[in-house]
Design a protein around this ligand. Structure first.
Ligand code: 3PG
Length: 208
């Protein structure tokens, strides 16, 4: 599936930091149970690649991607571990060259119209606006929806229940990302029911 269809169907993309590989499968199952099936496992822990591998092998209903990708080597390692899509906070020319070649969808990060235009030149249909609320949020996306109407965004960074619908109502927003719905204390405590409940609330907060 291409990144646009994937994110349009998802509506909300949880940005996950998984500290222990053994938490990956119950966490993914809890999120799927709560209605969140597309998951971004960030490369911010040593367990990330193992977590991606475990989710891919054991949670059929989930679509697992890798986040916080910065280098070609990280991308190849994540794809080898089973990542079905990738996300980055920003994008260098080297990274764009690497991730635009293969068949696995990638959502590069941008913060300005020029960066969005550059990624569109590479053929990326959807880009991540990051850190969304800091660089202009809803106002910036509205302003870009005229001249850059074909470029679609997944705003992430500062998105939560209070503003998710404002973003999703924009014509150039296909999905919102964020960490708000997964409390890492619940992961550490194995409180999967609380995670399922929070996922349900996040889906509700992202349903127009
Ligand atoms: C990201 O990596 O996309 C952000 O850290 C998520 O931002 P948030 O924590 O404000 O949701």
């Amino acid at each position: 599936m291409d990144s646009k269809s994937l994110l349009l169907a998802a509506k909300v993309l949880p940005v996950l930091v998984i500290e222990r590989v053994e938490d990956a499968v119950p966490l993914a199952k809890a999120l799927v149970e709560g209605g969140i099936k597309v998951l971004e496992v960030t490369l911010r822990s040593d367990a990330a690649l193992g977590a991606i591998e475990a989710i891919r092998a054991n949670v059929d209903d989930a679509v697992v991607g890798v986040g916080s990708v910065r280098t070609e080597a990280e991308w190849h390692a994540a794809v080898a571990a089973g990542a079905q899509f990738g996300v980055s906070p920003g994008c260098t020319t080297a990274l764009a060259d690497a991730v635009s070649k293969g068949p696995v969808p990638f959502v590069p990060g941008v913060a300005t119209p020029s960066e969005a235009m550059k990624m569109a030149e590479y053929g990326f249909e959807v880009v991540k606006l990051f850190p969304a609320t800091v660089v202009g949020g809803v106002g910036l996306l509205k302003a870009m929806s005229g001249p850059l109407a074909d470029i679609k965004f997944c705003p992430t960074g500062g998105v939560g229940p209070a503003n998710a619908k404002d973003f999703l109502a924009l014509p150039n927003v296909v999905c919102v990302g964020g960490s708000w719905m997964v409390d890492n204390a619940n992961i550490r405590a194995g409180n999967w029911l609380a995670i399922t409940e929070a996922a349900k609330q996040a889906v509700e907060a992202c349903t127009l």
